[in-house]
Design a binder for this molecule. Structure first.
Ligand SMILES: [Zn+2]
Length: 196
């Protein structure tokens, strides 16, 4: 008999303990199923808008940046870029950049050279950049290389140096329009021996 009471009391204690444990657990989770909260950065949200755009959204590789730039210039701003020999490469790194331009995120080698687009992109910066910042960098380099545009200062512009960090899509389109329409652009003097 005493053995039975003992067994019952052990059973009750165990039951109480289990109940207590399960109560504690349910308190911790408040009985709800927790879903992981994915917080997107402002930069990621910005990129989503760019990727939803019918032209920017088609960009997959480096040459596609030129195709997008050419499409916009020719269909919206009346340019005819004709046939271009396009060479865009990413073998520039912070370590290999020459000392005068060791902070260069990109270098346009085709300025003032007709029919040749030759742009070096700094692979170290590129790896860190968001999609919209890559787009700003590429438009800046095409500005130098294809439109023969020099840097401007004291303006909000794609041709600024240092390069603008990021633009909201709406601002980018406005700055893109200013770039293609030549507003505030200072052009290189292509007769300068530097380019020859
Ligand atoms: Zn520049």
């Amino acid at each position: 008999m005493s053995c039975l009471i003992k067994n019952i009391s052990i059973f009750l204690m165990t039951a109480f303990f289990l109940l207590k444990c399960s109560r504690d657990e349910s308190n911790e989770t408040t009985g709800e199923i927790m879903l992981p909260v994915i917080i997107k950065t402002e930069s990621q949200l910005r990129d989503e808008e760019y990727k939803a755009d019918s032209i920017y959204g088609k960009i997959r590789n480096l040459d596609d940046y030129w195709i997008a730039f050419k499409t916009i210039g020719e269909t919206q701003y009346g340019y005819d870029f004709g046939e271009q020999e396009v060479e865009i490469f990413t073998d520039l790194t912070i370590a290999s950049s020459d000392s005068n331009r060791d902070d260069a995120a990109g270098i346009a080698h085709g300025s003032c050279k007709e029919g040749i687009i030759k742009i070096a992109i700094n692979a170290d910066y590129w790896a860190e950049y968001s999609f919209n910042r890559r787009l700003i960098l590429m438009w800046h380099e095409f500005g130098h290389d294809v439109l023969n545009a020099a840097h401007v200062s004291n303006e909000r512009a794609i041709m600024n140096t240092p390069l603008p960090d990021e633009y909201d899509l709406e601002i980018f389109k406005k700055e893109e329009a200013d770039l293609f329409s030549g507003k505030d652009l200072i052009l290189f003097d292509c007769n300068d021996p530097y380019f020859n």
